[in-house]
Design a protein around this ligand. Structure first.
Ligand SMILES: [Zn+2]
Ligand SMILES: [Zn+2]
Length: 156
């Protein structure tokens, strides 16, 4: 599926969601959806706000951004992450490869990784009387840069 097709699908889902919840279908909300689905990887509200101010035909306030991101999360079009600092991070969720996150506790860098082995093991885990639908995994530690800096500091 091309990115344009994914965007079209996301717009379709969002329309269904807004109609089902009696929410207004404003051009600002669709512009935000578009910006989200044009982004790669993770973003926070400030970053998204900057992007939208830079290229925008719309003046989207932070309040509208927060409100719309909440709607997108509720509609299952965006996933919210809390990586350990106080800022919420988000990423698009349609047509993405299942992946996990390595979080550096020193500099906050987040790296994605994919593990077929892990997917298999989680699928195999028995959860009686509970139907699994999704899961999230964060692994905390030091990225290569911070680990190297730590080793260098200890040598001196
Ligand atoms: Zn680091
Ligand atoms: Zn991710």
């Amino acid at each position: 599926m091309s990115n344009e097709e994914v965007k079209a699908l996301a717009r379709e889902r969002f329309t269904e969601y807004l109609e089902a919840h009696g929410q207004r279908k404003t051009p600002e909300r669709y512009a935000i959806l578009d910006a989200v689905y044009s982004s790669k990887g993770h973003f926070d509200i400030e970053g998204l706000h900057r992007t939208m101010v830079d290229d925008s035909r719309f003046h989207v306030s932070r309040a509208t951004l927060y409100n719309t991101i909440d709607l997108l999360a509720d509609a299952g079009l965006v996933v919210k992450h809390q990586f350990g600092d106080h800022t919420a991070h988000y990423e698009r969720s349609l047509q993405t490869t299942p992946h996990h996150h390595l979080v550096c506790t020193q500099c906050g860098k987040v790296t994605e990784f994919v593990s077929a082995e892990l997917e298999r093991d989680i699928a195999r885990v028995q959860t009686p009387d509970f139907r699994k639908t999704s899961y999230t995994l964060y692994i905390y530690g030091l990225c290569a840069d911070c680990a190297t800096a730590g080793t260098a500091a200890r040598k001196h």
